[in-house]
Design a protein around this ligand. Sequence first.
Ligand SMILES: [Zn+2]
Length: 167
Amino acid sequence: MIEMICEMCGRNVTFCKKVTIEGVVLGVCSECAKFGIESKKEPPKEVAGPRPVIAQRLEVREKRGRPRDVLEKVEKEDLVEDYASRIRGARERAGMTQKELAMKINERVTILSKIESAQMRPDEKIIGKLQRELGIVLKEIVPEVVTSKETPRASLTLADLIKMKNS
Ligand SMILES: [Zn+2]
């Protein structure tokens, strides 16, 4: 069975009717088709003069595409993978014991011990103190691909656009 999505309300339907709503041809469900003019052969004529806001917004939306999965590449500053060995290594090079380092950064030894054995990720405050005290870098820019499911709520339907226009 072919699943289609009504371009107005976003519902999954088995059949989409082609209708013209404010000069835009949309595939909509039978419910939403009531709002438009059924278009059979005639393609919508170019709207002369300033184009309706809705048509412009829909055009932008079409250009962006409507993928079900939104792949987003974001750059994020994150704690390095080998933070534990970097901290331990730098501390040992500096000739400090865990207790001495813990005192210098004003944290408990148990916390530092957990961090150095990778049982605990240091928070932003501790990262900052360790970087300053040991002269090391514990953060890096990591490009990561985030996949987020696009929900019907997240994407604007024509109904939303009409609401936006009228408000
Ligand atoms: Zn619909």
